[in-house]
Design a protein around this ligand. Structure first.
Ligand code: NIG
Ligand code: FE
Length: 412
């Protein structure tokens, strides 16, 4: 199948193959071509350039993108979309005055979702997650990472990971699986959390490795969840089983989790709403991607990740949704980039870089996704006619996407 997109108002995020992420000042530039064409063959980008260079060629289909922007699809490197039902009651409880922490302490929060996931069948979980995923693709997400972590028993964690594996087999977008058994301490282990860490290491990890169910390992390193010592044991054990670390850190408290992530060469450190000088120092000179989740800050009314400071320190930054039933019941990456501009003072160029090439890096796929590059996979967004790409973050809450191309085909 040969596809040609013509008269593109702006073709965005054109990068050389050797660029795997962008950092600091580079994040403020978004290489583009005005009045451009893009050629796709099967599932691959094969050529692009200004319309004046377009030679006469035979294609199967032409899309006229007059007035529209074409860019890589969003790369959402942090989600929890496998869950059962919702937690809208907790949302109302928070409106009525309870805090996220108080709800968790009463047995709500992650433990509430864990109970539901334990009771749901694999098919029920698959159906719900695949509906969420279809919706996300229509919103422009063309690569995604999904975590376990609402199982919290051997069986339920494996069930979640098998659902993710099935999604990966049935959807055309890349789906990366992360094992997050250390998401919360189940109440049976309340008085002996180390025994739960033992269970993760001695029973969950070997089975996950045997069935090849995950590529990454994650821990919620936070007061009331997992300590530095417990997180270290888990990341270390995960590495022995060939899993690459990612880590939920500094959502509410900064106490050394970022340095721990860097020490274990984590691919990303995520949340970091709280960040101190030591954390910035640890990230400098590392290959670890800081990931901000502004929709979570929006929904929980907690501070935003200091993305401006991170970029001004010369570091890279990725943006992801954190889609989950408790802290972020939305996976809309268009809202994420808007919120990053409005609340974190990122420029549109920085936000788009953070949600494409840097997001791809944060899930280990920037060699094939995240930019318009010859030889990369043809996952692209075609916007509606807009004055410029600034409209994407500016017109917050609007859907400016006309169509999404996945593996070279218009997604239906
Ligand atoms: O990334 N912070 C930890 N985990 C999720 C929220 C989990 C929940 O409330 O269900 C997050 O925000
Ligand atoms: Fe999360």
């Amino acid at each position: 199948m040969k596809l040609l997109i013509t008269n593109i108002k702006q073709l965005l995020q054109i990068r050389d193959h050797k660029i795997s992420k962008v950092s600091g000042k580079e994040m403020n530039s978004l290489p583009s071509i005005s009045n451009a064409y893009l050629r796709i063959e099967n599932d691959m980008i094969i050529d692009y350039g200004p319309m004046s260079d377009l030679k006469e060629i035979n294609v199967d289909k032409t899309i006229d993108a007059t007035g529209k922007i074409v860019m890589p699809t969003w790369c959402d490197s942090h989600t929890h979309i496998v869950y059962d039902g919702d937690r809208s009651q907790e949302f109302v409880d928070r409106i009525n005055g309870l805090t996220y922490e108080e709800i968790a302490n009463r047995g709500g929060g992650i433990l509430n979702s864990a109970k539901k996931v334990q009771d749901a069948t694999e098919d029920e979980l698959y159906k719900q997650a695949s509906d969420r995923l279809k919706n996300l693709i229509h919103l422009g997400t063309g690569a995604i990472e999904i975590k376990s972590g609402y199982g919290l028993t051997v069986d339920a964690e494996l069930k979640m990971l098998r659902v993710i594996k099935r999604l990966a087999a049935n959807f055309e977008i890349p789906i990366k699986a992360t094992f997050l058994g250390a998401h919360a301490v189940p109440k049976e282990f309340k008085h002996n959390p180390n025994a739960y860490v033992d269970l993760i290491i001695s029973e969950m990890l070997p089975e996950i490795a045997k069935e090849n169910l995950a590529e990454y390992i994650d821990v919620f390193c936070e007061k009331g969840y997992f300590s530095i010592e417990q997180s270290e044991r888990i990341l270390k054990a995960g590495k022995l089983f060939g899993l690459i670390p990612k880590i939920h850190v500094n959502q509410f408290n900064a106490f050394g989790g970022v340095s721990l992530g860097v020490k274990y060469n984590a691919l990303s450190v995520d949340h970091i709403e709280e960040l101190n000088e030591d954390d910035i120092t640890a990230l400098k000179g590392s290959e670890t991607m800081p990931v901000a989740l502004p929709s979570c800050s929006y929904f929980l009314s907690i501070p935003y990740t200091p993305g401006r400071e991170i970029i001004d320190a010369g570091l890279p930054l990725a943006l992801a949704s954190d889609y989950n039933p408790g802290s972020t019941p939305s996976g809309n990456m268009n809202f994420v980039i808007s919120t990053a501009c409005i609340k974190m003072k990122l420029t549109p160029e920085e936000a788009i870089n953070a949600a494409t090439i840097n997001g791809a890096y944060a899930m280990g796929i920037s060699d094939s996704y995240g930019s318009i590059t010859k030889g990369k996979k043809a996952n692209v967004i075609i916007t509606k006619a807009v004055p410029s790409y600034n409209t994407l973050p500016y017109a917050f809450g609007d859907n400016n996407i006309d169509s999404v191309i996945i593996s070279g085909k218009v997604y239906k």
